[in-house]
Design a protein around this ligand. Sequence first.
Ligand code: MN
Length: 203
Amino acid sequence: MSFELPKLPYDFNALEPHIDARTMEIHHGKHHQAYVTNLNNAIAGTDAEHLSIEEICRTISKYPVAVRNNGGGHYNHDLFWKIMKAGGGGVPSGPLADAINSTFGNFDDFKTKFATAGATRFGSGWSWLLVTADKKLSVTSTPNQDNPLMDIAEVKGTPIMGLDVWEHAYYLHYQNRRPDYIAAWWNVVNWEEISARFQQAMK
Ligand code: MN
């Protein structure tokens, strides 16, 4: 079995003006494709060929760094495409909204915490909202293509929302203005998908 680049669930221009079509085209077709290709090369002929990407991430410390970087790259981008949509944004509702309010105080305080995690991540990486093993929400950031599923992560759990803060995610449109990209990104967040992932992780 080898991993495949998932189809984008919308057109390249669907997230404009917040994320431009050219960035989406390169990000999906070049960057994500390279993670998939390099992951397949790195696991060729090994037992990892028979595992899911989640299983690989959970035991990532056993693997060479090429599997960590490209396996994380594949998992993270697959999640990233799905938790965005055209006409997204707004606020979450239901059990996820209740959990955000009880964990972080209110939605705005959560947004600040999540945005700060991304804005202050030095170099390349991700900010995350995750459900920990004891079923609590937590915000963290990871370097490079690491994620909270990985056994080497500082804060571990099931990611339900991730924001790519690599320069390749925003540089064409925002240049060095990462905080502007993060501020605009809230307008494309797919809260229905994140809520569904929350409820699945809480089971
Ligand atoms: Mn990326």
